[in-house]
Design a binder for this molecule. Structure first.
Ligand SMILES: Cc1cc2nc3c(=O)[nH]c(=O)nc-3n(C[C@H](O)[C@H](O)[C@H](O)COP(=O)(O)OP(=O)(O)OC[C@H]3O[C@@H](n4cnc5c(N)ncnc54)[C@H](O)[C@@H]3O)c2cc1C
Length: 432
């Protein structure tokens, strides 16, 4: 591991596009807890409806789990990077309207077997295994009671391990811990990227919104009229509140509700498990991959990365992705263990000579960040209804929003945006 490069990378990293308004309205119609995708979408929608809004954000930056930083002059996303499910993703639709620099994600990835390009036959075998798995899960989800997604996977021969690993990565947990009914709802087939990073784009969408940074909400009192918010900047009042804090944060009771939330709502919040997906950001100018933005399947070796995105935006930067079991295995080890792991896996595939100019720049740890605690919320088998259980308002004063509530686009910035707009639309209709 190149420790000095990693340290330098973090030091050079600066948040991008953070122009917000400090012109706050006291006692607004709506207080919004959290300035991530859901909170920004809600604020825009409410302001467009003529209501007054104040966004309260615990961190000293906006964007939540979307954030772009510069490494060696290049913008790199530390959180969300893909615009998934293009045809239904509201951030794609809005990006097109705004003339944002969207580009399609390539569909053909690289395929290597122990350091050599795989043959057409080997590639076709993997593609067939994916098709079989997808068909089995989609059909079973239509026909059967909820159960672990892993239980309906057909036998897939030697390819089975890779298929399960990739689905486990994008689900946030191994498939035996994921609801079958949650699995097929997300369309991965039509993806886009945005030049300059998704975090920077979400930041642009927050321009001039009234956001109070460094303002953590610790309590929501809805015992009287409206809501009273206990925050690190004192007590604030509003007529209603939208809470977009991640489920894993709410589970730790970072926000106390008085009176307590109704039992079904509290139970839904506590039903989610922590989805884990972490980037190790690699700078690898002479990597064996050609072209921009292509996923690489590295097979035939003992250890295989479930996700490797190569030459992001045509730069020397690559994402080496860590799934939940791998990331968790580093939890009691030193901070550089993920970098050593990424190097060891790539050396096993391509040899030590091929990685001599590879530098690990940064490893994310969203699962330990007190304001995220996870990459996204996962629904365990048997609890598929919990996303919907959070959609109704609590006493017509508290709404929840965020990626966890989206059924069609769970775990994504687009899903969070959609849910922020939904909650805002309901409040606008009520307050009007
Ligand atoms: C490494 C990684 C990769 C990912 N890749 C993708 C991808 O490629 N594509 C994709 O679409 N999605 C991806 N995701 C998921 C995506 O980032 C999230 O689903 C989405 O950004 C969540 O938006 P949100 O508004 O629901 O929550 P957040 O973005 O987490 O926003 C919630 C905000 O609330 C704030 N907050 C929390 N508690 C409090 C409090 N008590 N008081 C005040 N503020 C509080 C937080 O600081 C945060 O800013 C990825 C996530 C990670 C971590």
């Amino acid at each position: 591991m190149n420790d000095r490069a990693a340290k330098r990378g973090v030091e050079n990293a600066v948040p991008m596009d953070q122009e917000i308004s400090t012109n706050w309205t006291e006692n607004p119609d709506v207080a919004i807890v959290g300035a991530g995708s859901a909170g920004i979408a809600a604020a825009r929608r409410l302001l467009a409806s003529g209501l007054t809004v104040m966004v309260l954000e615990a961190r000293h930056r906006i964007g939540g789990r979307t954030v772009t930083r510069r490494f060696k002059g290049h913008p790199v996303d530390l959180g969300a990077h893909w615009l998934h499910a293009g045809p239904i993703n509201p951030l794609v639709k809005l990006g097109r309207l705004r003339g944002e620099p969207l580009r399609r994600a390539p569909v053909n990835g690289h395929f290597f077997v122990r350091g050599r390009p795989g043959t057409a036959t080997e590639r076709a075998a993997l593609d067939r295994a994916f098709d079989r798995a997808d068909r089995a899960m989609t059909q079973a989800a239509k026909a059967r009671e909820d159960q672990p997604a892993a239980d309906v996977l057909p036998p897939m021969g030697p390819q089975g391990r890779r298929v399960a690993a990739i689905h486990g990565l994008v689900s946030g947990r191994p498939l035996d811990e994921v609801s079958l009914h949650d699995f097929p709802s997300m369309e991965y087939s039509d993806n886009l990227f945005i030049a300059g990073g998704l975090g920077a784009y979400v930041g642009r969408l927050a321009h001039h919104l009234p956001v109070r940074l460094g303002t953590a909400v610790h309590g929501v009192d809805w015992s009287g009229e409206g809501v009273r918010l206990e925050t690190s900047a004192g007590t604030l009042r509003a007529r209603t509140v939208i809470v977009t804090a991640p489920m894993a944060v709410l589970q730790r009771e970072a926000i106390r509700f008085a009176p307590a939330l109704p039992h079904p709502v509290a139970e839904a919040i506590n039903g989610f498990t922590q989805g884990v997906y972490e980037h190790v950001i690699l700078h690898w100018p002479d990597s064996p991959f050609r072209g921009a933005d292509r996923l690489a399947s590295l097979t035939g070796t003992h250890r295989q990365p479930p996700g490797l995105l190569t030459r992001i935006d045509g730069t020397p930067f690559h994402f080496f992705e860590l799934d939940q079991p791998t990331a968790s295995s580093f939890d009691r080890r030193d901070a550089h263990a993920p970098y050593r792991y990424a190097r060891a896996v790539l050396a096993e595939q391509f040899g030590h000579r091929a990685i001599r100019h590879l530098a690990a720049m940064h490893g994310t740890a969203w699962r330990h960040d007190p304001w995220s605690r996870a990459s996204w919320a996962v629904v365990p088998p048997g609890l598929y209804a919990i996303r919907d259980s959070l959609k109704a308002s609590v006493g017509e004063r508290i709404w929840f929003a965020g990626e966890a509530l989206s059924r069609a686009q769970w775990g994504t910035a687009g899903g969070a945006w959609e849910e922020g707009e939904r909650a805002a639309g309901e409040i606008a209709a009520q307050l009007r």
